[in-house]
Design a protein around this ligand. Sequence first.
Ligand code: MN
Length: 202
Amino acid sequence: MSKFEVPALPYSFDALEPHIDARTMEIHHGKHHGGYTNNLNAAIEGTDLEGTSIESILSNISNHSAVVRNNGGGFFNHSLFWTVLGANKGGEPTGDLAEVINSTFGSFSEFQSQFAKAAATRFGSGWAWLVLVDGKLVVSSTPNQDNPMMDVVEVKGTPILGLDVWEHAYYLNYQNRRPDYISAFWNVVNWDEVSRRFSEAK
Ligand code: MN
């Protein structure tokens, strides 16, 4: 039976420097994402979930174990995260996504400020999200490895941008300075990919 696999990074470990350092990327991708993926595969081996899509598992997560919730979320969240980052990215979105962000939040900088606040105020480990909910863009955050695809979270929808605010995502370089990591994140957002996800989710 096919197993979940960690997707290759679409860039080198050092591609996001100086904003996100190579050592953090190497450990985060290989050990953390790799760990969630192995644990998810082990948890579903020999069960009805074997061969089920990750989207289907997450959307019914209330029916599954905490191990599947934590590691299924970890597998999905990091698979999304690597793609919404990139070298020589940042800046602002364009086109349809830019228009909808402006009409929803008032301006791009107001959106950034709401997203950064969600990321900074998530107590302990978790994620900040830009989510499409019934055709509307919403900023939210989730604890642990929960995400907007899960039927148990407050804001349910399709995530189009996510930011990992677990300490493992920034501690080597930023230590306790999560706000500095959040500021640096804007320099590596791949808005082309976020726009693609937005169009697909609509
Ligand atoms: Mn992580």
